[in-house]
Design a protein around this ligand. Structure first.
Ligand code: HPA
Length: 257
């Protein structure tokens, strides 16, 4: 059976799609060679959008166990060309307070155990332009986040009067523990602004699939050693406080895409 094509993907927490007034909402199960993925598909501004709960339904998976390959391939197979993701992050900069939204432009990867690539030597895929990528492929990640989509998000936020910081360097850690203050000191010295656990390998896999990907990061806390201690509860609380704002920015972005 031919899969229905959807142009835009959104990656968020479980139930994130409920914040959107989705028309014609339905659940789609996409079977990929890396596993099955459930997407909620609906329409926003007359455009088809596929929502993916990164951690699975009900936040079942810790960041290092997320099936990033299946998630990215499911988006590819349903036809997605643009992905707007959301991530909760800690801030390593005093001026980026909890509650701040940042659209990162760079990333430093400190994860350790994840599957980083489709191109491990055995994979092959037909790209949208008909060319085939297979075997060993070295992907250019000079611009890991898609500039076109970042600019649309920034423009959308400004149109509806929300402030977003237009760039930032995301440091991705393995988790699920938070960092030590010494690690944060190091990450700051090497140029990091934000620290989180979910951007890698997601951003790189979408790059391999030539899908335009950008993220809206929510600062939920100051990183370890900057504030006294960090709790998962405060991360959830601040993220929840900001999610309607993020949803509005995403809707506007979809409108102007
Ligand atoms: N560190 C890593 N991941 C996070 C943090 C943090 O401080 N806050 C939210 N996600």
């Amino acid at each position: 059976m031919e899969i229905e094509k959807v142009n835009i993907g959104v990656i968020g927490g479980s139930g994130f799609y409920e914040l959107f007034n989705l028309k014609n909402k339905r659940t789609k199960k996409i079977i990929t060679r890396f596993g099955d993925v459930e997407l909620e598909v609906g329409e926003i501004a007359n455009k088809k959008v596929a929502f993916l709960a990164r951690h699975g339904k009900g936040h079942a998976l810790p960041p290092h166990k997320i099936n990033y390959l299946a998630n990215a391939l499911a988006m590819y197979e349903i036809g997605v060309n643009y992905v707007i993701a959301t991530n909760a992050v800690g801030s390593m900069r005093e001026d980026l307070r909890p509650g701040t939204l940042v659209v990162p432009n760079q990333i430093i990867d400190f994860t350790k155990t994840r599957q980083y690539t489709f191109f491990d030597g055995t994979f092959s895929i037909k790209m949208r332009d008909g060319t085939v990528k297979k075997g060993v492929v070295h992907t250019d990640v000079t611009e890991p986040y898609c500039r076109e989509l970042r600019n649309k998000i920034i423009e959308a936020a400004s149109k509806i009067g929300f402030k977003v910081i237009p760039e930032g360097v995301y440091v991705c850690t393995e988790g699920p523990r938070f960092e030590t203050p010494a690690e944060i000191k190091f990450f700051k010295i090497i140029g990091g602004d934000l620290v989180g656990m979910t951007a890698s390998p997601e951003v790189f896999l979408f790059k391999e699939l030539e899908i335009c990907y950008a993220s809206i990061c929510v600062v939920t806390n100051y990183a370890a050693g900057i504030q006294k201690r960090i709790t998962h509860e405060e991360v959830i609380e601040i993220f929840n406080k900001k999610k309607t704002e993020i949803a509005k920015i995403i809707v506007k972005t979809i409108e102007i895409l």
